[in-house]
Design a protein around this ligand. Sequence first.
Ligand code: NAD
Length: 429
Amino acid sequence: MTLDTAPPRHEVAASAAEGPLGNAHSQLRSAVATLGLDDGIHRMLAQPRREITVQVPLRRDDGSVEVLTGHRVQHNFARGPAKGGIRYSPAVTLDEVRALAMWMTWKCSLVDVPYGGAKGGITIDPRHYSRDELERVTRRYTTEILPIIGPERDIPAPDIGTDEQTMAWMMDTYSVSVGHTAPGVVTGKPVSVGGSLGRSSATSQGVVHIALAALAHLGIARAGATAAVQGFGKVGAGAALILAEAGVEVLAVSDQYGAVHHPDGLDVRALDQHVAATGSVVGFSGAESFPPEQLLGLDVDLLVPAAVEGVRNEHNAGPVQAKVIVEGANGPTTGAADEILSANGVLVVPDILANAGGVIVSYFEWVQGNQSYWWTEGEVNHRLEQRMLMAWNDLLETQCRTRLTLREAATVTAVEKVAHAHQVRGIYP
Ligand code: NAD
């Protein structure tokens, strides 16, 4: 085979990759085909601009030494600095981080925040480490990726297994290393060190703005509408609480340990307190427990997956009874499941819109930090709602015009903007 006839490198990568990265590549391929982009642009969009894998040696509390593996992938800078969360999970792999970084690029483009996409992670189960150990891991990982992050280069934020304390340690480590306080290096940090009011609930608020808009679009009244939420962490618990406040009956929620159900709607606030005290939804006295794998098939109006990737696949997409799925998690639906859901008339609001509230308020945090000027929580929430609903209305309009699914329409819109940024910037030299 000559070089001329060899398949492009990204196609090799796409065919070899399974799971989230295969899913991300196939979404991109389809958007590229719809837009009629050439192969050169496709290659630029398919491959991360920069990625780093680091060893993170950790001295454990008992004096032993463990070596963990971390990654940071910067998928694209065409529209601005890279932006994306840091995940601490035993399931973290380089391919997963690559997929999540690509989705961040499309998300930022879709909701018009001036960033490219990035993602990072460490293969670690944070539940098995003390707070001191997690601080040491975080500081060493930050030091290892320090040459490629910064307020104008790449700005991390929390994701699965990390939180505002993690961001405070990252910000402090970076600041000490560069010799001045640099709050803009991370977002999702505590308000006391330059975090934004409204950031901690932003992703969940955004999910609910979109969920309520989607229910209204289908003619379903929010009062008395029913919902199930998979994942009861930062995104899922927040979404369940806000949905319940909005009058939606949250019938069931699950986490990695189990699932609970109440036919008249869970007392989500009491459940949240139970989780704060015990670490899981399991054992909540105000509900019945049931097998978590049944949650995705419950007879509800609204389903919010807010846990991990690939949970909705070709094996469990067929029996879905929900009218609308609003993706709080990144990449919860595989390509095969998307086709089944679309054929069955289930409205799927894609992750790159549905969970964009987090990056929108991260952007607000960065803007406020750069100006050293702070907005009230009301201002933040109002601007967030405006941005989410604007993006939702634009997406509906595009979908109506193109007859694509919402995910296809969202990906095409996002990819087109990034491709255009590449085209007008040109290739240097
Ligand atoms: P988190 O660590 O706070 O919570 C994750 C939750 O999912 C936990 O309740 C965990 O028990 C549960 N879980 C894990 N595996 C599960 C499984 N197989 N079945 C059911 N539950 C399971 O993480 P988070 O920040 O809430 O993130 C959740 C999702 O939302 C991820 O896909 C993340 O990338 C995405 N996301 C998060 C943000 C953010 O601001 N935190 C923003 C955008 C997207």
